[in-house]
Design a protein around this ligand. Structure first.
Ligand code: NAD
Length: 359
């Protein structure tokens, strides 16, 4: 029976890399009934919102989505559709593997990192007070009364909630993930020395939960120190467990360690729904040129296939990608080549078919 999957091409380079992923899923021999849903810039223009309700309805039906990036205006304008999607569907865990790939020259070799990022809380909760607003004026007054806190009159404010319940579920998820995938250690990044009541909750809740998972090594480190470890001795790290904001930043750092944003996939998982998407954004500098690297999106599709129980197909896509990269050709611009997104996608599709035949 065909899998019902919501496909959100997104905007910017999204539709280009989504076409590539679809081609490779077809080559992997998996039957899919794609429910294509427009979101992002096009939806905003036509429907007044980048994330129309029909997109969420579709995922609630299919339970699984493959998603391209969606642009978010910086500093002003509407709220991130990506953050809204994760919150609406309670996709509390982001899983972002960053692995060294054959034929990709990087400073470090043999890296095999996984970022597990809490996806719903922290500074990304969307609790914001605009500079000069009446609401912020009242908040400033309350904070003055409550604790003598002084916030400058010309400040804007973003609130950082981190809960025990929100932390407990991501910590359990991380430990179960480590067990299932035979990963030896989890390193938690925090800044609880400064943010005692938000990162403090993350740190202490995780420490308590870790007691139930003695078979997985657990360590905590301040996130600035983690940044140093990542650029000096990343081979010593395994699973990284982070609150939302640090997880976002460290994901890109890890992508850089293994060859760039064009290569790193991701999954957003909750109890009921799963949305697979690359770590990269809509890359406005490349959009419409047909030159984006489709591998991150294709790898995201492979993660989705594994999630759906199509492990043979997922494995074949992975081997197809590695075969093409090992050969050194074709390559997109980010990898030092001149190939288009389509040429790269067709090469991976062919290599995927060959990987299936060679089984
Ligand atoms: P970006 O990831 O879009 O681009 C950063 C750099 O990486 C650019 O130089 C870009 O050309 C390059 N790059 C990204 N993907 C690539 C690919 N597949 N192949 C080759 N090169 C690639 O990050 P940004 O510029 O900070 O963000 C652009 C927009 O995307 C913003 O509006 C941002 O909010 C949004 N964004 C969306 C998501 C998402 O949908 N999940 C994630 C991150 C950023």
């Amino acid at each position: 029976m065909a899998h019902l999957i919501t496909l959100i091409p997104g905007d910017g380079i999204g539709p280009e890399v989504a076409d590539a992923a679809r081609l490779v899923v077809d080559a992997a021999g998996v039957e899919v009934d794609w429910d294509v849903q427009e979101a992002g810039a096009g939806a905003l223009e036509r429907e007044g919102t980048p994330l129309p309700g029909r997109v969420l309805d579709s995922i609630r039906r299919s339970r699984t989505a493959l998603k391209g990036p969606i642009t978010t205006p910086v500093g002003t304008g509407f709220r991130s559709a990506n953050v809204a999607l994760r919150q609406e569907l309670d996709l509390f865990a982001a899983v972002r593997p960053a692995r060294s790939l054959p034929g990709i020259a990087t400073r470090f070799t043999n890296l095999d990192l996984v970022v597990i990022r809490e996806n719903t809380e922290d500074l990304y909760s969307g609790i914001e007070f605009e500079r000069g607003s009446e609401a912020l004026e009242r908040l400033r007054g309350e904070l003055r009364d409550l604790g003598g806190f002084q916030i400058r009159e010309d400040a804007g404010v973003t609130v950082k909630p981190i809960s025990v319940s929100g932390t407990r579920r991501i910590v359990r998820f991380a430990f179960e993930f480590a067990r299932r995938n035979r990963r030896g250690s989890i390193t938690l990044g925090h800044k609880a020395n400064i943010m005692k009541f938000s990162d403090g909750v993350f740190l202490y809740t995780a420490g308590a939960e870790a007691e139930f998972y003695r078979d997985v090594w657990f360590e905590e480190v301040q996130v600035d120190e983690l940044a140093l470890h990542l650029v000096t001795e990343p081979e010593t790290l395994d699973v990284l467990l982070l609150p939302n904001l640090y997880g976002d930043i460290v994901s890109d750092l890890c992508a850089g360690l293994v060859g760039g944003l064009g290569l790193v996939p991701g999954a957003n998982l909750g109890w009921e729904y799963a949305v697979f998407e690359p770590v990269h954004g809509s890359a406005p500098d490349l959009a419409g040129k047909g030159v984006a690297n489709p591998i991150a999106m294709i790898e995201s599709a492979a993660m989705m296939l594994a999630h759906l129980g199509e492990s043979a197909a997922a494995g074949a896509v992975g081997r197809g990608i590695r075969a093409v990269l090992s050969e050194g050709m074709p390559r997109t611009g980010d990898l030092g080549g001149t190939a288009s997104t389509g040429v790269m996608a067709r090469a991976i599709a062919r290599a995927t078919e060959q990987a299936l035949e060679a089984r």
